[in-house]
Design a protein around this ligand. Sequence first.
Ligand code: G1P
Length: 275
Amino acid sequence: MITKCLFPVAGYGTRFLPATKAQPKEMLPIVTKPLIQYGVEEASDAGMRNIAFVTGRGKRAIEDHFDVTYELEDQISGTSKESQLDCIRELIDRCTFSYTRQTHMRGLGDAILTGETLIGNQPFGVILADDLCVGEPDSVMAQLLRVHEKYGCSVIAVEEVDPGDTDKYGIVSGQPLEDGLMRVEHMVEKPSPQEAPSNLAVIGRYILTPDIFDILRNTPAGKNGEVQLTDALHTQAKNGKVIACRFRGRRFDCGSVEGFVQATNFFFQRHQTAA
Ligand code: G1P
């Protein structure tokens, strides 16, 4: 049973400036919910109810979002607007939230290692909220969880990307295992299309076994001078301990303006249908 999910949320979101000058990119709304809420809902639906944030300066709005807002709630109590808060209230009731800060921007691997204090010695989920996923029929995290329950090792979500885009992702290659699954042998962070071992890209959903923390401690800075989670996973993969899952569903890259707009259109359609 995996109960904890880690959210690295310290990044700046420079691609959305000036919108992210004074607010976290994770709080930008996709229709009526902030991006981060979709990720937390996905974790909670997969049974991961202990939510751990690795946060940074300027991210206070995330903490406030996952808390009661007395004045506002009192103000709209008994009005038709109250029901708009139902989903976030239920989420707050179901989950616990804890926070630690990453003081220096040393990469995703460093962010995960910073979260060790909140996770301890147990397998855990990781969600990069920028990747907004709509799983079919169930969420991407729930799909990874089933694989972890069967094989007991780290599991990562992958999808095929345009071969010209390999330099935006961690890229994996390995041996087929069963339908939709691959035992990973090689992982490389953001290779050029010429160097890439495949066009299978890691997307922001992981289940990690806790030995990853010791591996990260011993992983030197890699691509862009940052400690890369991909490099630490490659170390696990050399021992056959990483499985890639070609998830069923759709991913929106909400770290880019184009993906953000596509997600907005998709969820707006849903919103209209539900209304
Ligand atoms: C991170 C990871 C990369 C992964 C990507 C998924 O990169 O380092 O391996 O493919 O997330 O979104 P970032 O997008 O933070 O540069």
